[in-house]
Design a protein around this ligand. Structure first.
Ligand SMILES: [Zn+2]
Length: 346
């Protein structure tokens, strides 16, 4: 009996100690699980953000790759006299290599039926100007359509100011940028009387060119957004990478059909300044790239960029406008009456 009485408090003590140990272990496990979950979630968030920025980088690199190597087949087909057949001033090394020769002959065959400037089988698409009809004889007038892709950004404001100073209008193929500041940029483009064109909301090749549905949904998102922010029902589209891009897994013709049904006209370009290639040009070189080519055409659609990092383009614009004015070129915005410039689609 007395033995039992002595054992009980001892037993209770041990029991309490055991319970405390168990509780400590439980708390430890719980803490471990919580920390593990937090680590996993942080890692997930980090990877998502990283994936997002990598997707953006892939799009930028794809842009550089396309614009650095893309020679519209229509241009290679009828090189004007006095040139070495390398119609674009950029990346001469790449275009004189064996690969480009192969591309060139393949393109020639593929584009024969495009020579008339028609879009066979395409619905409601305005006929584009045939290359041979666009070649300029000396002394003939020169129409230059400056186009700015990938904006708006803070550089857009500087570009608008320069255009205003020279009293000329241009075309901005914009992407989807959120926020009040971006809203003001879109509205400034419209208020200054420039043409507001569309260049996809996300500008992510992997997303927009995944399927026709994906393309449509990106298109609608940007169209509605621009309508909301500026009240403009944009009628002009430029494909990221151009209509001749080789990135899309879906036939570009299907996207063209869709744009036709929407009453849109898509525009490519026949002159590049070279501000989106892997090669870095100075402002003077960008100007030179444009000046070398605009004299060859009656109508030049010049590809430029007003993205945030394109400071050299802003620097080049002032010089370019002065030179174009000296040359007596007409600088015009894209409108319903403007001649349509398309790349040939293989
Ligand atoms: Zn672009």
């Amino acid at each position: 009996m007395s033995n039992q009485e002595q054992k009980t408090p001892q037993g209770l003590k041990e029991q309490r100690a055991r319970r405390q140990r168990v509780n400590r272990i439980k708390t430890g496990i719980l803490l471990f699980v919580v920390i593990w979950m937090v680590v996993c979630m942080s890692l997930n968030i980090f990877l998502l953000v990283r994936m997002d920025s990598l997707e953006d980088q892939v799009s930028i690199l794809t842009d550089k790759m396309i614009q650095g190597t893309q020679i519209p087949a229509e241009d290679k087909k009828t090189p004007p006299s006095g040139t070495d057949g390398d119609f674009f001033p950029i990346n001469k090394e790449e275009t004189t290599g064996q690969d480009s020769d192969e591309t060139s002959s393949a393109s020639d065959e593929e584009t024969n039926d495009q020579a008339g400037g028609e879009n066979p089988g395409r619905k409601d698409v305005r006929a584009c100007v045939a290359v041979e009809d666009n070649l300029r004889e000396e002394g003939e007038p020169m129409n230059v359509y400056l186009t700015f892709d990938d904006g708006p950004s803070e550089n857009t404001s500087d570009i608008l100011e320069i255009l205003r100073k020279h009293n000329v209008k241009a075309t901005f193929f914009v992407t989807g940028k959120e926020g009040e500041e971006a809203g003001a940029w879109y509205r400034a483009i419209v208020a200054d009387g420039h043409t507001l064109g569309m260049h996809s909301y996300s500008h992510r090749y992997s997303t927009i060119y995944e399927s026709v549905d994906a393309f449509k949904s990106d298109f609608t998102k940007l169209h509605d957004y621009l309508m909301d922010v500026t009240g403009v029902d944009s009628k002009f589209y430029r494909f990221p990478g151009g209509s001749s891009n080789q990135v899309s897994n879906t036939d570009v013709g299907e996207f063209i059909d869709f744009l036709g049904e929407e009453g849109m006209t898509y525009y490519d370009w026949n002159v590049v300044c070279g501000d989106a290639t892997s090669q870095i040009y100075t402002a003077d070189e960008l100007v030179e790239n444009v000046m070398t080519d605009v004299v060859k055409y009656r109508n030049s659609v010049v590809l430029m960029h007003d993205a945030a990092e394109k400071d050299t383009t802003v620097e080049a614009l002032e010089i370019l406008l002065r030179k174009l004015e000296e040359l007596g070129a007409q600088i015009l915005p894209i409108t319903e009456d403007a001649p349509v410039i398309h790349h040939s689609i293989s």
